[in-house]
Design a binder for this molecule. Structure first.
Ligand SMILES: C[S@@+](CC[C@H](N)C(=O)[O-])C[C@H]1O[C@@H](n2cnc3c(N)ncnc32)[C@H](O)[C@@H]1O
Length: 397
């Protein structure tokens, strides 16, 4: 039997809102064609080679879905019946584990968990009818990850081409306070337009997510580098030779960075210990400099880029409120950082008002449930030099 992706070679990358356009640009760079941003995602065409390359290298999407089947669906029984038409025995078989992630909107079937349960029953029953035994469900680390989307009573069953949420790069096994999602940190780096052409500092680096994503850009390390297996290897037409050759070619492009190009600091020595461990899982992570330091003790920083995600929450210390802390960081940027572009990411937009510096632009960027903002500041020096030209100054709210 043929699946709809085989007919149309069209796929869907899930992306956080409102960075669909940013993701569309990345997908085009990786060879996707007919790229069309939609709400919380991007549709695109790809050859198998381009699809494998996107899943292995894209930094911004959270999932890439390969549609298997789509149909009008007004009842759970119909979902159960139609889903049994797919050849689950060859897609999953009895020895692999699987998981289903479902979303439903504006449809007669109203509960995503119930929809997922119906699809699970269809899969298990169809395989059991054929061979007498069934595959197991495994939510955390399934061999095959499926997506069921029902919108306006139209159901689409897709295979997750990475086999996991793509923010799970595999380098961050440990984190302390409020870590950034890896895909959000990657989006931040892309929005700065930093091209590894000047030094980059995160003075409140926590577990090092911004540093790790910057390192992966500078060293051309693919986002999926630490993973062995990908969801696309369960596709019936998966081409193992093509994938092996492609992976070798992409990996051969990984290059060392100059020591000192990327550096991080944090007031918390435990955060620095974890950041080091996380960075060391990546190629050339040992070339990222990290020290325990209060940003107030950094005497001077010039001719580079600062990208950071300061703490938020009610208070950061018993003697200082969050607005006072942000004001102090704004003063640090103004007084000690020259010829530098600074990018501050906050989980609460109101915090940016307390920095006390004029923003060049602000952009909305969600981090999980947080309605975050990234702001750019240009810090000129005593000299007449202008700060390095970073991201295009497109001002929004
Ligand atoms: C929101 S967390 C950063 C999380 C980080 N982006 C990540 O993904 O793990 C803020 C960090 O600021 C650090 N911090 C707080 N006050 C600081 C100061 N005065 N100087 C340097 N770091 C500070 C905290 O220790 C914490 O690790």
């Amino acid at each position: 039997m043929s699946y709809i992706y085989q007919e149309y070679s069209r796929y869907f990358a899930q992306v956080a809102h409102p960075i669909e356009q940013l993701a569309a640009e990345e997908l085009e760079e990786l060879g996707a064609t007919e790229v069309e941003p939609a709400y919380r995602g991007v549709h695109f065409d790809a050859t198998p080679e381009v699809l494998y390359g996107i899943v292995y290298q894209a930094r911004i999407p959270t999932r890439v879905l390969v549609p298997l089947m789509t149909f009008d669906c007004h009842s759970d029984n119909y979902l159960y019946q139609r889903a049994q038409e797919l050849d689950w025995m060859s897609l999953i078989g009895v020895d692999k584990t699987f998981a289903i992630f479902a979303t439903v909107a504006h449809s007669r079937i109203q509960h995503s968990k119930y929809a997922a349960l119906k699809l699970k029953d269809a899969i298990v029953d169809s395989i059991r009818d054929q061979v007498g035994s069934r595959p197991s469900v495994e939510r955390r680390n399934p061999d095959v990850s499926l997506n069921l989307h029902i919108d306006n009573n139209r159901a689409t069953i897709s295979l997750d081409a990475a086999g996991r949420s793509m923010h799970r790069r595999g380098y961050r096994l440990d984190a302390l306070e409020a870590p950034l999602q890896e895909t959000v940190a990657a989006s931040i780096i892309r929005l700065t337009e930093w091209k590894a052409d000047c030094k980059l500092l995160d003075p409140m680096c926590g577990s090092g997510t911004i540093l790790a994503e910057a390192l992966m850009v500078a060293s051309k390390t693919p986002s999926g580098y630490l993973h062995e297996r990908f969801g696309f290897d369960a596709l019936p037409d998966f081409d193992a030779d093509l994938w092996d050759a492609l992976r070798k070619k992409i990996d051969s492009g990984i290059t060392p960075i100059d020591k000192g190009l990327i550096s991080g600091s944090d007031i918390d020595s435990e955060a620095i210990r974890l950041a080091r461990k996380n960075l060391e899982r990546l190629p050339y992570g040992n070339l990222v400099t990290m020290v325990t330091a209060d940003f107030r003790d950094i005497e001077e920083w010039k001719d580079g880029v600062i990208v950071t995600n300061p703490p938020y929450g009610k208070r950061i210390s018993p003697w200082q409120t969050i607005p006072e802390f942000y004001k102090e960081f704004g003063d640090f940027l103004k007084q000690r950082c020259t010829n530098t572009s600074a990018f501050i990411y906050v989980g609460e937009p109101a915090l940016l008002k307390t920095v006390g510096l004029r923003t060049t632009w602000k952009k909305e960027l969600v981090n999980g449930a947080l309605e975050g903002r990234l702001a750019k500041y240009e810090l000129y020096g005593g000299s007449k030099t202008s700060p390095r030209k970073a991201a295009a100054p497109q001002v929004d709210s």
